[in-house]
Design a protein around this ligand. Structure first.
Ligand SMILES: [Zn+2]
Length: 260
């Protein structure tokens, strides 16, 4: 993805370290891009800003270091949950003492006691996913993991939506089941051998007829379980509009998909 770019005034040049974490701040106000495009007293800069509108603005190349943490006042204790030095060390390793060299940073306009709005939350999730596509092992941290001077970014960052605060743990592949309404007279496709790691979650099926309504056959096989690596949205797209071996799975005609 590319984003509108406004150069930050404080560019610390090529980063010395690897990208170990994606670091979240709340800006405690708005007008952030303008503020950071000018020299500011504490030499602050970040790679990205997410404005109130949800617009993402890039301000530094990811290959350069930002200045958004004070390396001379790094905390050594923990709390309040989920923040603290223990998780910062777990993510940063030996770069814990020089975190600006090993993070990609974002400022969200708004206040730590209110948190990001829905547009900003969605943009944050897409930005994290985009950055993670380049740094798959990066953890997720907040300013509070490194300081006792501020509460930033506060309690309202949607960490689970982003992949969880702290070291990166791959999200388990979602699991789905197909439910065939026993009241429906449909030809029930029997799912076989889900194909993982593919946009096609359904490898093949037969079109055994389970009906008619109320028959023992229909009652005995209304649910088939399968898993795939796709999201439920992708799966729904597949089964409602996609074709595979020339067949459609007609969700909505007595056939539904449910996440386990
Ligand atoms: Zn902060």
């Amino acid at each position: 993805m590319t984003y509108p770019y406004v150069q930050a005034a404080n560019d610390y040049g090529p980063r010395k370290g690897p990208v170990r974490a994606f670091l979240v701040h709340m800006a405690e106000g708005g007008g952030t891009v303008g503020f950071l495009s000018r020299h500011n007293p504490r030499g602050v800069s970040v790679h990205y800003v997410i404005e109130y509108s949800g617009r993402i603005v890039q301000m530094l190349a990811e290959s350069h270091a930002s200045g958004s943490l004070n390396p001379n006042a790094i905390r050594t204790d923990d709390g309040p949950e989920p923040y603290g030095a223990s998780v910062a060390k777990a993510v940063m390793g030996s770069w814990w003492h020089d975190p600006n060299s090993a993070v990609i940073s974002v400022e969200l306009e708004g206040f730590e006691q209110k948190g990001p709005n829905i547009d900003q939350r969605n943009s944050l999730a897409s930005l994290v996913a985009d950055v993670r596509s380049r740094y798959p092992q990066m953890g997720l941290l907040g300013h509070r993991d490194f300081t006792n001077e501020k509460q930033c970014p506060g309690p309202y960052i949607p960490w689970p939506k982003l992949g969880g605060h702290g070291p990166y743990h791959p999200v388990p592949a979602p699991s789905y089941r197909i439910r065939i309404d026993p009241r429906a007279t449909v030809r029930a496709y029997v799912l076989k051998r889900p194909k993982t790691g593919s946009t096609y979650c359904i490898e093949s099926w037969t079109d055994t007829v389970w009906g008619p309504v109320g028959s023992s056959a229909a009652a005995s096989a209304p649910v088939h379980r399968f898993t795939c690596d796709g999201s439920s949205a992708a799966l729904t797209t597949l089964v409602t509009s996609g074709t595979y071996k020339g067949q459609h799975l007609r969700v909505g005609h007595g056939v539904t998909l449910e996440e386990n």
